[in-house]
Design a protein. Structure first.
Length: 126
């Protein structure tokens, strides 16, 4: 279940704990095998989580670009509007878009842990 998922940070802490335990004296061969299995599972988990956050970030960037284009489009319509009422209508659309984007940005910053915030850095293309 989704509630049982651990964060990538927790997975990395578990990874560090396993590595520390492997470096301690007195590990039995069975314990070494078990720890190595856990390390392999954690590696896969962190890779999947990183790919997930990268996809989410790409989608966010796409939505941000779309928001910017819609805002520019509404601004052009506002600037060409013949009446004050029409200009006010387009300005309201612009204000609504900006307000909605601001709320979304605040929600994202509160919900994210370390990995997603890192994922929000610009993606290098090329």
């Amino acid at each position: 279940m989704a509630e049982d998922l651990i964060s990538p940070e927790e997975a990395l802490k578990m990874w560090l704990g396993c590595v520390k335990r492997l470096n301690e004296p007195g590990c039995t061969p069975q314990e070494v095998k078990r720890i190595r299995l856990i390390l392999t599972a954690l590696k896969g988990y962190v890779i999947v989580a990183a790919e997930y956050y990268e996809r989410i970030r790409r989608m966010e960037l796409s939505l941000e670009r779309m928001n910017e284009k819609m805002t520019a489009y509404f601004e052009a319509l506002r600037d060409r509007a013949p009446t004050k009422a029409e200009k006010a209508k387009w300005q309201q659309h612009i204000d609504d878009l900006k307000a909605e984007f601001e709320v979304d940005e605040q929600l994202r910053s509160k919900q994210y842990h370390v990995w997603p915030r890192i994922a929000r850095r610009p993606i290098a293309h090329g």
